[in-house]
Design a protein around this ligand. Sequence first.
Ligand code: UTP
Length: 281
Amino acid sequence: MIPAGGLGTRFLPATKAVPKEMLPVVDKPLIQYAVEEARAAGIDSFVFVTARGKAVLEDHFDHATALDELLAADGKEDLRRAAAATALSAGMVAHVRQPAPLGLGHAVWCARHVVGATPFAVLLPDDLVLSEQPCIGQLLDAHREHGGNVVAVMDVPRADTGRYGVLDVAADDGRLASVQGLVEKPAPADAPSTLAIVGRYVLDPSVMAALDAQEPGAGGEIQLTDAMARTVGDVPFHGLRFEGRRFDCGDKLGFLEANIACALARPEMAAAARDILARFA
Ligand code: UTP
């Protein structure tokens, strides 16, 4: 599942008419990185949670026959392949509407009838992760071993805990932490640890059931973290320190950093990008 129903206010005015999830990092919209990560991990069925003004997301992952024919006729094979590769298979994609941006938990709950009573993966498109093995694939491996809920985590400076969902850790082997509680956006002094959740989850269906309560939490929003917290003790719950580098693309500087990192990771543009950076540094 890919929640994309938020307003993206931190990117105004860019996001007044263009969904945040469609902002390009180099030449691909943010949301495409999330879809490619999921596909590389073997996920082939997608639910997008969208909202008013986000219809362009549907088109992006659809076939574009006229464009395809034009590029083929012009012999522009590379561009044709790049455009065609974004199309998702027939019947493997559903778009669900979130009628109002009431929070991430609410966005996930809006997809409850499509997801059904099975474990499901959630990828937040504004967290871009560059890694050897897809981040969500690392979580799926841990889920196969341990079941229950598995969330991607990273160590953050204590001063930053107020920006994240934070784990209360029962045991920690340095890679996998078992969770005994969760707090959404705790003040640094109140944070039970500095292990913060980033936007990748494999969740037990009981989280969806917990969302039925529709209780607002931090910031008056219906928080996914609160629903996950309600399942602690009922199902196994782990935080995985994933291998890879995460960029917070919901934030302007994080987005800029992601653009630089992705340009430098592309063999055909790395040298030129390095020259540009040297000129401005
Ligand atoms: P954010 O809180 O970072 O996104 O949500 P936002 O609210 O759109 O951005 P700002 O803070 O106003 O700039 C993370 C992800 O959860 C989705 C967003 O679309 C984003 O992909 N989300 C958030 C929803 O789908 N619905 C919501 O009600 C809130």
